[in-house]
Ligand binder design. Structure first.
Ligand code: 2RA
Length: 329
């Protein structure tokens, strides 16, 4: 089974390789693919050096699976070419997520929707993945009317240049600005571009992708997404109104038995999810569970996950594992 990683030199691409190694993902040949300027570079992976190849050569090799993290433009141009060659493309960009003919997959929720015809599969936005994974067991049990989410997102979500800006500011050096403002010792209520409705693209992604993944346009969602000067993961304060009342002990039990979710909720002992403890982990961490006493049937929760892991690389690798396990490749 030939496997291609497209965008292998980026933050997410590097994380994809780490996750593939940790999961001992089976392949007969590994193709590391990047833009022309990186062709010829060597990447060491599991003790072996691999040459970086270009996209045209990768398509010609006809890999069974290609995991993309190379931006929307590259995906729009090249994912169809791989699909035409029979490759399953698992794409981390936003290019295909809202395409009505493409599946938007969090394996624990809707991998079963994937068929042999789905040659381009979209990986949801990182901030969406961690939220819907934690909400899924509660949606199944209580039904969801409305979600209000505020996020606290790591600079790693923007990429290496943003991490470099933060670290330069922290060191008192002159940074190369990625953000419109200083990020260290600051927060930016601004992720991606502002839309005509006053929301940012990131906020609209959370709203629209949540409805698609849950296959339920009746769920009302509103979001405020914020960039904070940290690495290690995205954090989210979620207020969710259910269709019926709930029992807090049952909520905890449902979350504790949910695949891919770990409950860390013992505030008396200062136990709650944090980016520094979620970093490099594949799970989604949930805590601060408490009833919203201001309105019926409503729960507050705090959700943290490593955005480069379950928010991108791990989710994509899990989709690839699903394809193998279900003999779609
Ligand atoms: C971000 N979720 O955090 C977006 C894309 N990775 O910037």
């Amino acid at each position: 089974m030939k496997l291609a990683v497209v965008g292998a030199t980026g933050l997410v691409g590097t994380e994809i390789l780490e996750v593939l190694a940790e999961h001992n993902f089976p392949y007969s040949e590994l193709l590391l693919v990047a833009s022309e300027r990186s062709v010829g570079k060597q990447i060491e992976y599991k003790g072996k050096k691999y040459p970086v190849i270009g996209l045209a050569d990768a398509v010609a090799a006809k890999p069974e699976i290609a995991i993309f993290s190379a931006g929307g433009d590259t995906s729009l141009e090249w994912a169809p070419k791989f699909a035409e060659a029979g490759t399953y493309v698992i794409d981390n960009s936003s290019a295909w997520r809202m395409d009505p003919n493409k599946k938007l997959v969090v394996p624990e929720i809707n991998a079963k929707e994937i068929s042999k015809n789905d040659k381009i599969i979209a990986n949801p936005n990182c901030s969406t993945i961690q939220m819907v994974l934690a909400l899924e067991p509660l949606r199944q049990r209580y039904g969801i009317k409305r979600i209000v989410v505020s996020t606290y997102q790591s600079v790693t979500g923007t990429g290496k240049a943003a991490v470099d800006q933060m670290m330069a500011e922290r060191a008192g050096e002159t940074p190369t600005m990625v953000y419109p403002h200083k990020i260290d010792m600051n927060v930016l209520p601004h992720i991606d571009v502002f839309q005509s409705n006053g929301y940012t693209k990131e906020e609209m992604k959370m709203i629209n992708e949540t409805k698609k993944i849950f296959s339920d346009d009746t769920i009302n969602v509103t979001a405020t997404t914020v960039r904070i000067p940290t690495i290690g993961g995205h954090s989210e304060a979620v207020n969710v109104e259910f269709k019926v009342d709930f029992d807090l002990a049952e909520v905890r039990s449902l979350l504790e038995s949910a695949p891919g979710v770990i409950v860390q909720d013992d505030p008396a002992n200062f136990i709650y999810p944090m980016p520094i403890t979620a970093h490099k982990k594949d799970d989604v961490f949930v805590g601060r569970l408490r009833r919203d006493e201001s309105q019926p049937n409503t729960l507050n929760m705090w959700i943290v996950a490593d955005n480069l892991r379950k928010g991108a690389a791990t989710n994509a690798v899990q989709i690839a594992e699903y394809l193998l396990e279900n003999k779609l490749v």
